[in-house]
Design a protein around this ligand. Structure first.
Ligand SMILES: N[C@@H](CCC(=O)N[C@@H](CS)C(=O)NCC(=O)O)C(=O)O
Length: 207
């Protein structure tokens, strides 16, 4: 299968890391949508990444839907989100907060990327950054409670851990003004632990 995206995109990166954790072989087609929309437009009408092309040509879009599909392909034993019950709800909630954190971080960055300087609205950036920090604070507190364990209280890494770390590493990279390492030290340490895994190192945030 082929993943269209890039590792700066937290949405594409969480899919790539999840594929690695699930042991699903894939090839990465490195695409920056803003520079090369044609690489995506033929597959995804929204012209967004991640877009996953399966070996039989079927195309999957939207990271949450892709993650759900690859969990199903890997089977219940390996799946990164449990199939049912309180464990599933807990992990989906943490994952949703991590995903919202990615959204808010990206929107703060897009305000500058897609507007000329005189049209940038600083209160909108502040609002989004504040919400992103709310998400990171929640995740930081969970890490403190989890101690040496995983965020969703699972035996092995789950989607909650992957998405939380990807959200943190993305915010650290594209909003250096927020100083997230100092503000959320437990999450920073947890991210360092996860980023050292081979599955994360194979999908590195670009330098
Ligand atoms: N909710 C989507 C968000 C995907 C997304 O926003 N991707 C960005 C890259 S980080 C993109 O393709 N942006 C291009 C655009 O929306 O014009 C997901 O989780 O897959």
């Amino acid at each position: 299968m082929k993943l269209i995206g890039n590792y700066l995109s937290p949405f594409a990166r969480r899919v790539a890391i999840s594929l690695n954790e699930l042991g699903i072989a894939h090839e990465m087609e490195n695409v920056m949508v803003s520079k090369n929309p044609e690489a995506v437009s033929g597959h995804n009408p929204l012209i967004r990444i991640p877009t996953l092309i399966l070996d039989d040509g079927e195309v999957l879009v939207e990271s949450f839907a892709i993650l759900d599909a690859i969990d199903e392909m890997a089977g219940a034993e390996k799946a990164l989100v449990p199939a049912s019950g309180a464990d599933r709800r807990r992990i989906l909630k943490i994952t949703a907060i991590a995903l919202g954190t990615m959204d808010k971080t990206q929107w703060a960055a897009y305000e500058v990327t897609f507007h000329p300087a005189e049209k940038v609205h600083q209160p909108w950036i502040d609002k989004n950054e504040n919400q992103a920090c709310g998400g990171l604070a929640y995740l930081n507190e969970l890490v403190e409670k989890a101690g040496d364990g995983w965020l969703g209280r699972t035996d092995n890494i789950s989607q909650a851990d992957i998405s939380a770390v990807v959200a943190f590493s993305f915010a650290r990279k594209i909003r250096p003004n927020l100083g997230v390492e100092k503000r959320f030290p437990a999450l920073a340490a947890f991210a360092e632990r996860c980023e050292a895994r081979e599955t994360f190192r194979k999908a590195p945030v670009p330098g």
